[in-house]
Design a protein around this ligand. Structure first.
Ligand code: PLP
Length: 361
């Protein structure tokens, strides 16, 4: 017996982990600087760590109160009704919930290329198909309604990422409105703000008061430093908010994650420090890296290094792990996550060394 035809399903390619690379190179994971997955270099808030410890004793019960508390806290923070907050295992979980809620078999979604691969993966799992719009390198990956509308052909969901992974480019809120008004009436525009905390722009969540065709994705994985707990959420329009009860996987957002997320929301100083350091690191990398970079509003910088696989491998041998963007469709680019000051300086120095070796070869 075989599973269904999965030939169109491409596996997700994660950034490489320290443990994995350390084993391969016979190094101590502590000697590695891992800047490949846009994680928080300061780790989780100490308050979240305490919450995880405390929650450990309660994991015999299904998460109910914690889920309600988190939903209500987010609703209050963002001035939405609790039913408009769809808590999920990572923002990836919300992508699945939106696929389930929106897609009939054969419906399609429109996604950016280069871009985050899970949008298309989720659509395919849910018997949908995937079309792409191009963000062109020649155009500095500019994110405009025109770039999306040129490719738009009646898709049910249109995904925007702002700040965009891996380029760092933003999509303006005015642009989101223009796009939502230009696509079909039953098309949902999903604005993925996984890196929203790092940007100055206002959130597209502000649009939900007046629009029923925009949803926004948010996560605790990046600025809040909880990637390992898998907790995120979607903000959805009031009109169809009650679909959540019909599409969510029961108890998928776990007790420990919900408690940690609540504690993390309570530590604004940790997020501020994280965001400020990322801003510094973006500037440092673009000023000092001997490679072309693009302006980024996220916690990472995209750099044009020639042969990305060769550069990422050489840099890894020197103990600095960056993300080879070949799997994003950018074989000449690496993405460098913002680290602490020390990590960022080390990464830039190491990459510059690698680049000068490559130039000599
Ligand atoms: C990291 C990321 C997410 C979500 O990650 P989760 O860990 O599932 O919350 C979503 N979109 C983009 C573009 C990302 O980079």
């Amino acid at each position: 017996m075989q599973p269904r035809d999965l030939s169109a399903h491409t596996p997700y390619v994660p950034g490489r982990g320290s443990e994995e690379v350390a084993r391969e190179l016979g190094m101590d994971p502590d000697d590695l600087t891992k800047l490949s997955s846009n994680e928080n270099p300061f780790g989780p808030s100490p308050k979240a760590v305490d919450a995880v410890r405390e929650a450990a004793a309660d994991v015999d019960v299904y998460p109910t109160t914690s889920h309600t508390d988190l939903t209500e806290t987010l609703a209050a923070k963002w001035d939405l009704a609790p039913a408009q907050i769809w808590v999920s295992p990572g923002a990836d979980g919300s992508i699945d919930y939106l696929s389930r809620a929106m897609l009939d078999p054969g419906d399609s979604v429109l996604v950016p290329t280069p871009g985050f691969s899970y949008y298309g993966m989720s659509a395919r799992y849910h018997h949908g198909s995937v079309a792409t719009y191009e963000l062109s390198k020649a155009d500095d990956f500019a994110q405009t309604p025109e770039a999306v509308l040129d490719a738009y052909d009646g898709e049910r969901i249109v995904y925007l990422t702002t700040p965009h992974n891996p380029t760092g480019a933003e999509f303006s809120t005015e642009g989101v409105v223009e796009l939502a008004e230009s696509v079909d009436e039953d098309a949902l525009v999903v604005v993925d703000e996984a890196y929203g905390e790092y940007a100055d722009a206002r959130s597209a969540i502000d649009l939900l008061g007046e629009r029923d065709d925009v949803a926004v994705l948010r996560t605790f994985s990046k600025a809040y430093g909880l990637a390992g707990l898998r907790i995120g959420w979607a903000a959805v329009p009031d009109e169809w908010a009650d679909a959540y009860a019909r599409v969510n996987t029961p108890f998928a957002a776990n007790e420990v994650a919900c408690r940690a997320a609540l504690a993390a929301l309570d530590d604004e100083a940790h997020v501020e420090r994280t965001v400020e350091t990322a801003r510094w690191a973006r500037g440092y990398a673009s000023d000092h890296l001997d490679a072309r970079t693009w302006e980024s509003a996220g916690n990472f910088v995209l750099a044009d290094v020639g042969d990305a696989s060769a550069v990422a491998e050489a840099s890894q041998r020197e103990g600095v792990i960056v993300r080879d963007c070949t799997s994003f469709g950018l074989p000449s680019c690496v993405r460098i996550s913002c680290g602490t000051e020390d990590q960022t300086r080390r990464a830039v120095e190491t990459l510059n060394g690698v680049l000068s070796e490559v130039a000599k070869a």
